[in-house]
Design a protein around this ligand. Structure first.
Ligand SMILES: N[C@@H](CCC(=O)N[C@@H](CSS)C(=O)NCC(=O)O)C(=O)O
Ligand SMILES: [Fe+2]
Length: 248
């Protein structure tokens, strides 16, 4: 059956991969952090996920040169390795900051399980994924078949559980219940990568993640024995991120 022109166009404009969706993955080499710029080219609303203080000018340039207006600066959790760019972005744009209600950090808007963060015709849905920190969340963009996992799930890895409110068993349950339950073909975008990967999928991580594809008992043992050095900036980053970063 041939649909009328207008309803056909409306159907297409909300389909995955539609041309009004803008996506850019940005990288900070010092902290190996990914920042994500997501936008709706029709309404011009956009959001940044996990901006880094030292990259605020770059991020603002990306927003401006794409003709977008920043609505929200969002964090996946209280980062321990870098100061968030959210405070500075708030000062120099009209955006509002967002973080989980369970993060213990200040923000303009607090989110929890099932909340939607709308930008134009698109919306991120919040899934709680604690274990690396209490306030870790994964933001799912169903229409584009992807999710932003913060440090809960890294590519072939995961966030460490030896500081802040880290708990390996909790992280295992979070990833299995909230991320591995997404369709296999969803693309996953983490907050960091240390090995040159950019993105992964639910299917790949279920099969090949060397930590999370194991049993819960094996996972807890692996996490106990990571023996990683603490992030260099932890003592300045955590207090600053609890107050939404710094403003100048
Ligand atoms: N060397 C970096 C810190 C590296 C690190 O600890 N990364 C965290 C995510 S940032 S809280 C992590 O969870 N890593 C897990 C892993 O397996 O690497 C620095 O000094 O900043
Ligand atoms: Fe982290």
């Amino acid at each position: 059956m041939i649909r009328s022109g207008i309803s056909a166009i409306r159907r297409l404009s909300s389909a995955p991969g539609n041309s009004s969706f803008f996506f850019r993955q940005l990288f900070d080499h010092e902290s190996s952090t990914y920042t994500y710029l997501l936008g709706d080219l029709v309404s011009k609303e956009c959001i940044l996920i996990d901006p880094v203080l030292e990259q605020v000018e770059r991020d603002k340039q990306a927003v401006h040169q794409t003709g977008l207006n920043l609505k929200f600066a969002i964090n996946t959790h209280v980062h321990a390795d870098h100061i968030t760019g959210t405070g500075l972005l708030k000062k120099s744009t009209n955006c509002k900051s967002i973080i989980s209600k369970y993060s213990g950090a200040k923000a303009d808007i607090y989110v929890e399980d099932g909340d939607n963060i709308e930008f134009g015709q698109f919306a991120l849905t919040v899934r709680p994924t604690p274990g690396h920190t209490n306030g870790c969340v994964t933001y799912v963009l169903e229409s584009q078949k992807c999710a932003f996992t913060g440090d809960a799930l890294l590519i072939r890895g995961c966030g460490r559980t030896d500081f802040q409110e880290g708990d390996a068993a909790t992280l295992y349950d979070s990833v299995h219940a909230q991320i591995f339950s997404l369709p296999d073909d969803f693309t996953l975008y983490p907050a960091h990568d240390y090995k040159g990967w950019t993105a992964t999928s639910v299917r790949e991580e279920k099969l090949y993640n060397p930590r999370l594809s194991k049993s819960k008992e094996q996972f807890v043992e692996i996490m106990k024995n990571l023996n990683l050095a603490y992030p260099k900036k932890i003592d300045v980053a955590v207090p600053a991120n609890r107050v939404c970063g710094i403003q100048d």
